[in-house]
Design a protein around this ligand. Structure first.
Ligand code: DC
Length: 430
């Protein structure tokens, strides 16, 4: 799986320097997306194309060649690394970056250049638009005055002559246009890490980001391993039996467990158990205290902890990436059901989801329909305080096809109806 780092923020926050350093240090391909907008701007200026001439711009975009080689930028084979940083381009690039056809074409190009690579991209809309599923996202910021100072210093070092006033006007105008434009404006992605660099040296910013990315890279490796299904060898079965036996004994010491409706699990065909989720220990009540093998679906992030990864593989837990269309996970679920295995899913998607009033996830019904299997509702009750009672009540298998209608929202409605049955089962205490 490619690893993607997105770095967004206004100009003058040190994005370029930091990104180039991180790319080298972490062996990631560096993509300066701003340079792609600068190349298009340079070409339009050179060919005297009006920014209103949509047809001509489209034609230019079709034939343009932008390449990055050894820290240099090539436009149609010519090294333009310096030219794209100079004034005619500086003054016009924001206008060009607002054009729909330019954005569409360059976002495509940026995605293509990154295909199947471990990559770090810097720009304005990477985390929000180009790669909304990036593994790590940062939003670098700094006060406007500090950014003006930095840009002046950078220009001097590159031998580009500009006055302070010119830089000030340019940064102000670009900030305004980048943050207020209609198409993919500059804004922090919800899941981006905000870093204010005003009072930090470049080294400090580099170190901070390096540590975070390094950890995420390490976590990503463990998470990916969660998707590798290990063979059900005799050793694995023995390992599972031993671990299950030990943990089940501990569970019985910690809680007094009462189960009802076990007859509802008697089927030779695959099915899905849907339960409420109140505590980290409730999946264990279903998996450990059952003579059948039940494979739970858990958020993939959990696999970053080696001990959970070990337990996950022992019990063949299926990882799922939250909030993303995780096709790999869905495929594993469908395959398991086809093999007549039993899956466990928490439709709340998170602990105490009902209390938090989250929208009930519809994945279980979606998978049940695709695999043509039934859903067994399970209500779990108890405080999970040591030596307290834990109830697990299984209800009758539900054929979800009874809920299927022409209404495009039927899967959501069916998920809600199943959740209501689960809630009823949580109230059955004796
Ligand atoms: O990062 P930079 O200053 O080289 O960017 C040049 C221009 O391109 C800037 O006005 C913002 C725009 N840009 C964009 O709209 N989206 C990106 N992903 C990167 C840059």
């Amino acid at each position: 799986m490619p690893f993607i780092v997105a770095i967004d923020g206004p100009s003058g926050t040190g994005k370029g320097t930091v990104t180039s350093y991180l790319a080298k240090k972490l062996d990631l391909m560096y993509l300066d997306t701003g340079a792609t907008y600068r190349c298009v701007t340079l070409k339009l200026l050179k060919e005297n194309v009006s920014f209103d001439d949509k047809e001509k711009i489209k034609e230019i975009l079709k034939n343009i060649s932008i390449e990055f080689k050894k820290n240099k930028v090539f436009l149609d084979g010519e090294d333009v690394s310096l030219e794209i940083r100079k004034n005619p381009v500086n003054d016009n690039v924001a206008k060009v970056a607002e054009l729909q056809e330019v954005r569409n074409s360059l976002v495509d190009l940026q995605r293509k250049m990154s295909e199947n690579k471990n990559v770090i991209l810097e720009g304005r809309d990477i985390g929000t638009n180009v790669f909304p599923n990036a593994d790590v996202k940062f939003y670098l910021d700094a006060s406007q005055e500090e950014r003006i100072k930095r840009r002046l210093k950078q220009n001097k070092e590159k031998g580009i002559e500009t006055s302070e006033e010119e830089v000030r006007q340019n940064i102000k105008a670009r900030d305004e246009s980048e943050k207020t434009r209609k198409l993919n404006p500059l804004k922090q992605a919800e899941d981006a890490i905000y870093v204010d660099t005003t009072n930090l040296s470049i080294k400090e910013v580099e170190n901070k980001l390096y540590k975070i990315i390094k950890k995420k890279k390490h976590d990503a490796k463990w998470i990916e391993r969660g998707y590798i299904q290990t063979k059900n060898t005799i050793f694995k079965r023995a390992r599972r039996a031993i671990v299950k036996g030990v943990l089940a004994s501990l569970y019985h010491i910690a809680f007094r467990v009462k189960k009802t409706g076990l007859e509802n699990l008697e089927s030779d065909e695959g099915f899905i158990i849907c339960a409420n989720h109140i505590n980290y220990l409730d999946a264990a009540a279903i998996v450990l205290l059952n003579n059948k093998k039940i494979r739970f679906i858990a958020k993939s992030d959990l696999f970053r902890f080696p001990i959970i990864s070990f337990l996950g593989h022992t019990f063949d837990v299926i990882p799922i990436k939250r909030g993303k269309n995780d096709l790999a996970s869905i495929k594993l679920c469908l395959k398991a059901l086809k093999n007549n295995e039993i899956l466990g899913i928490f439709p709340e998607g998170t602990r105490k989801g009902l209390e938090k009033q989250v929208k009930i996830k519809n994945g279980a019904v979606f998978i049940a329909e695709k695999a043509k299997v039934k859903i067994v509702p399970a209500g779990i009750g108890g405080t999970f305080k040591p030596f307290s009672k834990v109830y697990v009540n299984y209800g009758k298998p539900i054929d979800i096809m009874q809920y299927k209608t022409d209404d495009p929202n039927w899967i959501d409605n069916a998920s809600q109806a199943i959740m209501e049955q689960i809630i009823m089962l949580t109230n059955k205490k004796d």
